[in-house]
Design a protein around this ligand. Sequence first.
Ligand code: 13P
Ligand code: SF4
Length: 301
Amino acid sequence: MSISEITEKIQALKAERNAVILAHNYQLGEVQDIADFAGDSLELSRKAAETDAAVIVFCGVHFMAETAKILSPEKTVLIPDPHAGCPMADMINAEQLREFKSQHPGLPVVAYVNTSAEVKAESDICCTSANAVRIVESLDADTILFVPDKSLGSYVASKTNKKVITYCGFCPTHHRILSQDVVRAKRAHPEAIVIAHPECTPDVVALADVVESTSGMIRFVKSSDAREFIVCTERGILHRLKLDSPDKQFYNPSPLNICPNMKKITLEKVLWSLQDMQYEITLPQDMIEKARAAIEGMIAV
Ligand code: 13P
Ligand code: SF4
């Protein structure tokens, strides 16, 4: 089947099922193109909470689809490949979080949205890369626990006067971008602005002119007068950057900045997902309620 035939079938089934397709900015270009909305984690969780569709097909990784289910428990939430997980989110489970809390009693826990529902349920409030500093600032405590990303945690610590105790998780995809790669790219393109995701290592972040969430990067590039950008994040974002700014140049600092889990979702799998109504995200009701309080706390801030 050609891409246009698959797209046609997806559109017909989407109408029949009263479904909405949400896609993260790291998805394959053709998946972003058939989505009703593509965005960063914060925008996608807002869309999931707002939609009046009966079915949400979530093109992203597992924790993102879980977040959609938590915010819209009455809706059917499908992920086209149930094996699209996030290795960073899998670096901490509820038991490990309880152990971390017991080492630092009484401190509030900020959970990056890249966590499982059971970890969110054990946390006080969630954050995304777009609002992490604001969330930490909003808490009435001088010291906070931050899980699981040590890179985002250390970026947040550099932007606030609060003490941030971080867990030891990290994103393998972002950590494959090395500071040497960025230095080499800067040497080759001295006019280029370096934009980085805060999941990058602190030495890469230190070389960046701008540190933003994925949609923050897209907005920055669109409104910038600069013509060239070195893009330190997962390469799926280049699809949207090039669509929005075809006259600008984008440089990939590393050949290794691919998240294999994000790439597990293909156009065919989106079609099969709608055909077979698979794979449905289900969560226990009490976990939904506890995790929802942490996510809604974030949305309120
Ligand atoms: P954003 O929220 O910035 O889109 O990032 C999500 C993510 O998984 C980054 O690796
Ligand atoms: Fe997880 Fe990193 Fe992939 Fe984002 S890019 S989904 S944090 S592994």
